[in-house]
Design a protein around this ligand. Structure first.
Ligand code: PRP
Ligand code: HPA
Length: 184
């Protein structure tokens, strides 16, 4: 199961971002290139496990976009992208994003009270990004019916579960200077 994802992760190169060992992979970076068969394997799997009885798929710029696009085409559900730049539309919600290697702001538009949403993202590491997003969506009054992330590393998911956030992931990996290994 998820053979293409596992095989490709084992080949992922590592670069240093400060202290952080950053793996480079087609799903998390679009580098070197994302093969349709890999995207299809992953999105078919997401369709099997996710609650797709939702009004909107929600994904974070940039690498949530291919996942949301493929899922939207398969399900007919529209998607909204949480952007890294402001639009200054009425009701725009701004949140701070902090990962293991970066800091910035995210901007939510056009998600309103009562909307049922499925969140998808490529990677979870510290959980900083998703925790901020889910908290903001709950504040808006949207119902987060499900949160699915393709690749899990680090302690973010465990930390989020302790705080009552439910996140499901397709594969959990360890990353060090020698590369990626897959946790069984
Ligand atoms: O669990 P965290 O530590 O918060 O890290 C996870 C986030 O980091 C990556 O986003 P990044 O900001 O690098 O954006 P990208 O999709 O543009 O590469 C990834 O897409 C997640 O959104
Ligand atoms: O190591 C990583 N690689 C790609 N995307 C990521 N998002 C968080 N950590 C990583």
């Amino acid at each position: 199961m998820l053979e293409k994802l596992h095989d490709s992760l084992l080949k992922a190169p590592i670069v240093h971002r400060g202290e952080y060992h950053y793996f480079i992979h087609p799903i998390s970076d679009g580098v070197p290139f994302l093969e349709p068969e890999l995207l299809d394997e992953i999105t078919e799997h997401i369709m099997e496990i996710a609650d797709t009885d939702v009004d909107r798929i929600v994904a974070i710029e940039a690498m949530g976009i291919p996942l949301a696009t493929a899922l939207s085409l398969k399900t007919g559900i529209p998607f909204s992208i949480i952007r890294k730049r402001p639009y200054e539309l009425d009701g725009e919600v701004i949140l701070s994003q902090k990962t293991g290697y970066s800091k910035g702001e995210l901007f939510i538009n056009a998600i309103k009270k009562g909307d049922r949403v499925l969140i998808v993202d490529d990677v979870i590491s510290t959980g900083g990004t998703l925790m901020a997003l889910i908290s903001a969506l709950k504040e808006i009054g949207a119902e987060v019916s499900d949160t699915i992330v393709v690749i899990e590393r680090g302690e973010g998911v465990a930390g989020m579960r302790e705080l009552g956030f439910d996140v499901r992931t397709l594969v959990r990996i360890n990353v060090d200077e020698n590369g990626v290994s897959i946790e069984e």
